[in-house]
Design a protein around this ligand. Structure first.
Ligand SMILES: Nc1ncnc2c1ncn2[C@@H]1O[C@H](COP(=O)(O)OP(=O)(O)OP(=O)(O)O)[C@@H](O)[C@H]1O
Ligand SMILES: [Mg+2]
Length: 331
């Protein structure tokens, strides 16, 4: 659906040159929510703007829906952009237009007839839950409501792709959740492919199917969100489960430390009591969490095992047989 191959972007020339993207390749499949996670200055906005060519890459290839975007004529590019909606961190609404006027704007530009515009605007405001705010002005709305208007406006011309540049980072956690819920909803209802960029791990955990991590203009990690979060050693795992200092300092005398990542089926077994019953070992829980990443349960347990050495070895062997992570060194 969206494919970037070896994309680079350099702003400016000579001594002023800033390299924002270095050889970025990624692939967004039809109908998925793909997140690009990175810190400030990593190149996220540059990357997303290279998809609809608001920025032209310095090198590489951009394909959207099979089209080689860089080779399109200006007219063909305008048409391709009709299929790509975009929402922004600071909403970018027209303050002098009503909510309905904002949503109508892209349709006026595209030359839709008036009656169809009105019908479409009503439909969209109902979809984003703002049917009663059609005549309000942006200044009379909360942040979450403004973003809903931004989403309705982006969806107006029936795009197949939605680009989201930090759409929730100006919102409080509760409002963030409701806007993310709306994005997941339209992804499922309309089959919309969403490419979003964010610096918030929470956004990745709650709605992303796939994710790429961007650092200093490079993709350093890419894959299914669940797989990366569950795999110790990845950046996403580290971000999800930073080991707090107090835990690093705790040690049970004679204990052997185990860190388990539990995904899907593994996450529904009574693993600690199984170890206790079958091997007669004790498990001292140091840290644990169980949460949802998209539709999948993902958990992580950090504990120490004590007991007769053969029993502990037996328990560790059993965990290995289950395909679970073996013993980790104490920090
Ligand atoms: N128009 C521009 N001209 C020159 N340099 C730019 C321009 N836009 C971005 N940059 C530089 O490119 C790099 C990446 O910027 P970008 O805005 O893509 O980062 P970001 O990951 O979106 O950051 P943030 O999370 O703060 O929005 C930065 O070093 C930035 O200063
Ligand atoms: Mg940015």
């Amino acid at each position: 659906m969206i494919e970037l191959r070896g994309v680079s972007k350099v702003y400016g020339r000579g001594e002023q040159a800033v390299t924002a993207l270095r050889n970025v390749s990624l692939r967004v499949e039809y109908g998925e929510i793909f997140g690009v996670l990175g810190q400030s200055g990593a190149g996220k906005s540059t990357l997303i703007r290279c998809v609809n060519l608001l920025e032209r890459p310095t090198g590489g290839e951009v394909r959207v829906d099979g089209k080689d975007m860089l080779s399109l004529s200006p007219a063909a590019l305008r048409e391709a952009r009709q299929g790509i909606g975009m929402i922004f961190q600071h909403f970018n609404l027209f303050n002098s237009r009503t909510v309905a006027g904002n949503v109508a704007w892209p349709l006026e530009v595209a030359g839709w007839p008036r009656e169809r515009i009105q019908e479409r605007v009503e439909e969209l405001l109902a979809l984003v839950g703002l049917a009663d705010k059609a005549r309000a002005y942006p200044a009379q709305l909360s942040g979450g409501q403004k973003q809903r208007v931004g989403i309705a406006r982006a969806l107006a011309p029936r795009p197949r792709i939605l680009l989201s540049d930090e759409a929730t980072s100006a919102l409080d956690p509760e409002t963030t959740r409701s806007v993310l819920g709306l994005l997941r909803d339209i992804n499922q209802k309309l089959g919309l492919t969403i490419l979003l960029i964010t610096h918030q791990m929470e956004v990745v955990k709650s709605i992303c199917d796939s994710v790429a991590v961007l650092e200093q203009g490079r993709v350093v990690e890419q894959g299914k969100a669940v797989d990366l979060i569950a795999r110790p050693g990845t950046r996403l795992h580290e971000l999800c489960y930073p080991t707090p200092a107090p835990v690093a300092g705790i040690a049970v005398p004679g204990g052997r430390r185990v860190e388990l990542s539990l995904v899907g089926e593994n996450s529904t077994q009574p693993i600690l009591t199984t170890l206790a019953r079958r091997f007669g070992v004790d498990a001292w829980l140091l840290e644990g969490s169980m949460e949802r990443v998209g539709e999948t349960r993902v958990g992580r347990l950090l504990f120490e095992l004590t007991g007769p050495p053969e029993a502990v070895d037996g328990a560790l062997g059993f965990l290995r047989e289950q395909g679970l992570t073996p013993e980790v060194p104490r920090v």
